[in-house]
Design a protein around this ligand. Structure first.
Ligand code: FA5
Length: 325
């Protein structure tokens, strides 16, 4: 035998204890729940009390039903805010581009050899991109670098730098030799793209000036650099080449996968360039080089088309997070 009072008390305790709506519904309103049981009790109630008893049970039933329906409703409303835990968020993480990764790695390797990092503007004047590098506008070598010119309202001939070599000039103008720098950055060329040519790509320039810096020093530094980068003893070869700002000039090839791969332009800094940048001390000499980073990435990661690197093709970029050497 249960009483209305005991069911009421139990009901209020359950609400205070935040018993779930499903549980309340089942416990009080189901076919065998407390309310049904209270109605069952009516049989044993005297006829004169039946009316009042029935009303009281009904009132309690309505109260419980209304509580249940209100709270069910609030659970269903789309605006209800659920707390979000950080472990529930499955974000797609991006990966570092192989170009950035290689540039950081190159900076690490050279900084251990005492090189600092220098930068220069991407919008250059003709003076820094060409003239000071011993490439006057009558010089046929200007055609090597197909240039994106910029209309300058002040009449200074400006352009998007075609290589990182102008940073050499900026640095020599403001620093005294001996010096060692690398200069990573973006360069621009007005040329058709193909599997090995981009219009916008990256180079890392290197410059070392000292009294004893020879071609042998240069070869040693390059051998150390490529061997450290690829974590194996890398054979390198200097092939005669031509750049107006170096004398002699070389192409640097590295031996990989049973073939020589051309990777950078280089040479001993032309004395005319030293003079143009204000270095007149006859004892000072040294080397400079310019490595193409996209070409390096192609070799390092077996990429067969340079255009993939900046394509944002998801099949390519989704692999990038896993890249290290
Ligand atoms: C130069 O740009 C010289 N400034 C390099 C230099 C620096 C020589 C210091 C001497 C002293 P070159 O045009 O060869 O040289 O380019 C250098 C490297 O950039 C190439 O070996 C290649 O790796 C890369 N490169 C050149 N053109 C492209 C291109 N269109 N797309 C991608 N990489 C390129």
């Amino acid at each position: 035998m249960i009483s209305i009072e005991s069911v009421k008390t139990q009901y209020h305790t359950d609400i205070d204890n935040q018993v779930s709506i499903e549980e309340i519904e089942k416990k009080y309103l189901s076919r065998k729940g407390y309310i049904a049981q209270l109605f069952e009790e009516m049989k044993s109630i005297s006829p004169e009390k039946k009316g009042a008893y029935g009303q009281e049970v009904n009132t309690l039933k309505k109260e419980i039903e209304s509580y249940v329906s209100q709270h069910q409703h609030s659970q269903e409303t789309p605006l209800r805010i659920h707390p979000i835990h950080i472990q529930d968020i499955q974000a797609e993480m991006g990966g570092m581009s192989p170009i950035s990764w290689l540039m950081f790695r190159i900076q690490d390797i050279f900084s251990e050899l005492g090189f600092s990092v220098a930068t220069g503007p991407e919008i250059e004047t003709e003076k820094y991109n060409f003239d000071a590098l011993n490439i006057p506008d009558t010089h046929p070598a200007r055609d090597i670098w197909d240039t994106m010119w910029i209309q300058d309202p002040l009449g200074v001939k400006s352009l998007l730098r075609t290589h990182t070599s102008p940073v050499q000039i900026h640095y020599m103008e403001t620093h005294k030799a001996p010096l060692r720098i690398i200069a990573p950055g973006k360069v621009y060329r007005y040329e058709a793209t193909d599997a090995t040519h981009e219009t916008v790509f990256h180079q890392v320039e290197g410059l070392m000036l000292d009294t004893q810096t020879s071609i042998a020093t240069f070869k040693g530094v390059m051998h150390h650099f490529f061997s450290t980068l690829f974590k194996q003893d890398i054979k390198i070869r200097l092939r005669p080449s031509y750049f107006p700002f170096t004398e002699p000039s070389f192409e640097i090839d590295i031996w990989m996968d049973n073939t020589w791969l051309e990777i950078a332009g280089a040479g001993m800094v032309n004395r005319i360039v030293l003079k143009n940048a204000g270095i007149t001390d006859a004892d000072i000499q040294g080397f400079a080089f310019g490595v193409g980073i996209e070409r390096l990435a192609m070799i390092a990661y077996g990429i067969d088309d340079v255009r993939l690197i900046h394509s944002a093709d998801i099949r390519f970029t989704s692999q990038l997070g896993k890249i290290t050497l």
